[in-house]
Write a protein that binds this ligand. Structure first.
Ligand SMILES: Cc1cc2nc3c(=O)[nH]c(=O)nc-3n(C[C@H](O)[C@H](O)[C@H](O)COP(=O)(O)OP(=O)(O)OC[C@H]3O[C@@H](n4cnc5c(N)ncnc54)[C@H](O)[C@@H]3O)c2cc1C
Length: 322
């Protein structure tokens, strides 16, 4: 077994400095990282514990009405708290952090098990066993011939719909990343999940003013009622003017390598009365580019129906739909 050192960072600058050592990684709650280490998928030699950095566990108001959640904070906003409560178990949620949730790795079985020698995400250039393997849980949108894994985070789907901003601090200073640009599609570098640079620490997530809090819903469809990752999830957020949708935000989970914004569907709904016919057309448009594999074609219809249901729930309609 490899020796591992442990260091508790006292502040952001110290954490960023420590992370520049070879083989160093940040550790939040450890609920994903330690699993990956136990399975031999991740092999860090230095753990930089960020859970004692003052200020990262705070929630602060922003000028203009939004809020800032520190990277160690766990719950905010209706859509966001529904998504958070849909994830994992109470014990895991108590340990897990915002930063760690955003950076948790895919749950693809071929990635998690080093006995499989083909996984471009774990070993670039080795192939993708999921392409012709068991791919019931895998991507139907935005995948590449290199990787069809999906991002497993529930919280990220809500943050994508809310147009959150990710604040990071690194060797080159501080910067802000729009949530849409934070996670990557696999392309020919499926080993790289995000646009974070090496050694960058997530310090906070900013949420814009809560324009959607009266009309939002997070719907997670999964094999079991709890403690299961999404087959498909939908974060729907609306601004309503009576029966008319002023603007719509729809993000999907469980379908792609990153939280997937359904831009075409959002445009079809915005400025229109919310009719079931329009909603079904919008849901079809959201999945029009889907390319399912042999085990997961069911996700296309499932995602369409989940969009219809989530948007109806967000609008306040509860019966007789989808
Ligand atoms: C059985 C099980 C079921 C689960 N079900 C769900 C589910 O349904 N939905 C869901 O969304 N999640 C689920 N999870 C995932 C869980 O939520 C993640 O494991 C958790 O969010 C990771 O947070 P953490 O703080 O423990 O991260 P860690 O394990 O500490 O870290 C994860 C990664 O993030 C990096 N990191 C951590 N914090 C920072 C930071 N501030 N800046 C930069 N890098 C950082 C670490 O280096 C590491 O690479 C499940 C987990 C388990 C074990």
């Amino acid at each position: 077994m490899d020796a591992i050192s442990y260091e508790r960072a006292g502040d952001v600058a110290g954490a960023v400095r420590a992370a520049q050592q070879p083989g160093a990684v940040f550790i939040g709650g450890g609920t994903n990282l330690l699993d990956l280490m136990k399975g031999g998928v991740a092999r860090p030699v230095r753990l930089i514990d960020i859970t004692h950095i003052g200020g990262l566990d705070s929630v602060a108001s922003l000028p203009g009405g939004g809020i800032r959640i520190g990277a160690l904070v766990r719950e905010q906003y209706p859509l966001l708290s529904q998504a958070l409560l849909a994830g994992a178990s109470a014990q895991l949620r108590n340990m897990a952090t915002v930063g760690g949730n955003l950076l948790q790795r895919t749950r693809c079985g071929y990635f998690y098990d080093p006995a499989f020698t083909q996984c471009n995400k774990r070993m670039p250039g080795s192939g993708c066993a999921a392409l012709d393997g068991h791919n019931r849980m895998h991507a139907i949108l935005g995948a590449s011939p290199q990787c069809i894994a999906v991002n497993p985070s529930d919280m990220s789907v809500a943050l994508a719909a809310l147009d959150a901003l990710v604040l990071v601090s690194g060797p080159s200073g501080e910067r802000t990343i729009a949530f849409a640009d934070f996670h990557r599609l696999p392309g020919d570098r499926p080993d790289v999940d995000t646009t974070l640079e090496p050694g960058e620490l997530i310090t906070a997530v900013d949420l814009p003013p809560p324009l959607f809090s009266a009309h939002s819903h997070y719907l997670k469809v999964r094999d079991r009622a709890s403690y299961a990752f999404a087959l498909v999830s939908v974060a729907a957020a609306l601004q309503m003017d009576g029966e008319r949708v002023q603007s719509a935000r729809i993000a999907l989970g469980g379908v792609a390598h990153k939280p997937w914004r359904a831009n075409a569907a959002e445009q079809m709904l915005s400025g229109q009365p919310l009719s079931q016919a329009t909603l079904k057309k919008a849901a079809a448009a959201a999945l029009s580019g889907a390319q399912p594999r042999h085990d997961n074609a069911f996700k296309v219809r499932l995602a369409q129906r989940a969009i219809v249901r989530a948007v109806n729930r967000a609008a306040g309609y509860t019966g007789g739909v989808a």
